[in-house]
Ligand binder design. Sequence first.
Ligand SMILES: Cc1cc2nc3c(=O)[nH]c(=O)nc-3n(C[C@H](O)[C@H](O)[C@H](O)COP(=O)(O)OP(=O)(O)OC[C@H]3O[C@@H](n4cnc5c(N)ncnc54)[C@H](O)[C@@H]3O)c2cc1C
Length: 291
Amino acid sequence: MLDEPMRFHTSLRIGGPAEMLVFPSSRDELKGILAIAHSAGVPLFLIGQGTNLLVKDEGIKGVVVNLARFDPEIRFLSDHTVKSGPGVPVVKLAREAINRGLGGLEFAIGIPGSLGGALYMNAGAYGFSIGERVTEVATLDFLGNERIRSREELEFFYRKSTFQDEKSIIVEIFLALYPANREELQTKAAQIQKMRRSKQPHKPSAGSVFRNPPGNPAGLLIEKAGVKGHVIGGAQVSTLHGNFIVNTGGATAEDVLNLVEWMRTRVRETQGTELELEIKVVGRDGIERGR
Ligand SMILES: Cc1cc2nc3c(=O)[nH]c(=O)nc-3n(C[C@H](O)[C@H](O)[C@H](O)COP(=O)(O)OP(=O)(O)OC[C@H]3O[C@@H](n4cnc5c(N)ncnc54)[C@H](O)[C@@H]3O)c2cc1C
């Protein structure tokens, strides 16, 4: 797809055009794309399901590789390990594990996005995160060279992973699960889902905008700063959850970035805390660092 608006590929429904958007489904297809991009000197940007991204109105230069359709296979192995491709939706994986009486992924019920994106972000909730379950990950570098790493060779912190410091594509993931009572897992999953439904907005968003500063949920700081419900253009600080910005219809990335700055300033001035972004802001040259 050429000049494809990224708003069709992000949960915020915002984003200017990708010069080229491709959807490889296999390793061979992906390697072919990498070879062409390398020989043409074209930059690459990766996306999963676009649920943690704010793509700027200027769009993205080069080739955007969407991995949401890449290797959709989930294989449960005899030692309670699951092997999965990066395009698999995390919720689907968690549901299938629960239905087989395998525990360890219940926290992920309700976290949108692909497994590859979840690993990159070390997505988590309720005190658990995906990195804790990882036993092995295969990646390709942008030249197509494969690397297989065990858990000990990878680092996962609060919404951070090794993959954020390198140019690599997660292509295969092994997670360790454990046998558990299926009904108990299903009950836990239903409770988590209910909790999410009551606390999170239903309008387009990218989840939590800011990282939680130690000991202080960002949502509470924002609420105390009195900016819940504040509107700039089509973007609004959710009235339900202070750490969510929602697209009320027709919001631009500029609206969201202006709102982000307003929230930061109000929290700094009233609470004395500097908020750091959790969502990734993507411009012409990929992820913008230091926001
Ligand atoms: C309503 C809502 C609720 C949310 N709740 C939570 C929550 O509870 N906890 C939480 O942690 N997050 C939450 N999020 C944020 C988001 O769902 C997660 O960060 C998710 O894991 C991102 O996955 P994705 O496939 O959408 O990644 P994308 O947004 O597409 O990409 C995120 C980053 O990962 C990189 N990436 C994607 N795939 C690969 C790959 N295969 N190899 C290398 N890099 C890759 C991209 O380049 C990008 O930098 C929420 C979002 C929404 C909209």
